[in-house]
Design a protein around this ligand. Sequence first.
Ligand code: UD1
Length: 355
Amino acid sequence: MRLLVTGGAGYIGSQVVLDLLQAGHDVVVVDDFSTGHREALARVQALAGRTCTVFGGDVVDRDLLFGALRGVDAVFHLAAFKMVGDSMDRPERYFRNNVGGMAALLHTMQEAGVHRIVYSSSAAVYGAQRQMPIQEDAPLRPESPYGLSKAQGEQMLEWMVQRRKWSAVSLRYFNPVGAHPSGSIGQPFESAASLVPRVLMALTDANARLAIFGTDYDTPDGTCLRDYIHVCDLSRAHLVALRALDEPAHHIFNVGTGRPHSVREVLAACARATGRDVPFDEGPRRAGDIASAVADPGRFQRTMGFESHLGLDEMVSSAWRWWTLNPRGYEDRERLPELALPELADPSRSLAPAF
Ligand code: UD1
């Protein structure tokens, strides 16, 4: 198939592009490189031994997108801003980029006669929920402009399916962690406000310590529970979703493992993977955090047969490999001499081709 990936130069998008190329598809990327990296796509093509077609620009650029859609069978729409805290400070950017970008994309897809889409949604659409694990039919209570922007994208798709007979899949990502086992592509650090990159920073920057945001939650060890999923499992979910695009319907799937891990468990896994103790302080709760967010992955499993394969140890050891090989992300290919790869606790395990 010929497949368009918006945001294909981002953390998750680059992994999706790689998997699609390796599965033999022709891939077109649209990315404005505001947070994505050209270097990520260069590495993806080197890993795949194949090239993709890259359009540098925004999905709101109608002519650029129309050209990119020529001959395309389906679109993976990942291009979006994704920082919850930033969306609280600058909501208008999320409304313009995520909601406005989605609206423009749908319009141009309709013009181009492309009616199949896999949409990058988020567990942020749920907000705080009483029922754990969370099922897809839980009431949506987004608590940030980011979460709202993702929920609105889903609602637009609902109407395109109803009125225009589109086929759509919304994937509600839980907490993506980790990197490709080669350590060649991963999460760029400049945008990494999430837990694991912050732990790795605390391990490698003498001036940094991790703050645990709250130790008095009503959870087994007092810290928040999340559903972390390996980026390679998450990426594979996109290829599985492609198979659901054969009929006019809007499928909504959680993409998580269903296994909760506390902040303390993540710290312990990072210590195991790196052989180092994580310097940390127990701090106050972070505004807006919820005690627990865990997926019920059952619907995706039953409907499409999707299962995650990789656990927390594989997530953090692959993140560590990427970090040590790319201490300045995509900016610099040099790695720090004092962070040699043998420090990986169990490289054979983390590098096993389990996917
Ligand atoms: C993450 C994503 C969000 C996504 C959501 C889906 C980020 C920044 N947030 O939010 O985009 O929609 O999952 O559910 O990528 N923590 C610390 N200290 C730190 C950082 C985090 O203790 O320095 C704790 C947090 O309080 C939380 C857990 O670690 O309990 C995970 O935090 P984080 O990685 O930021 O993810 P979410 O807040 O779940």
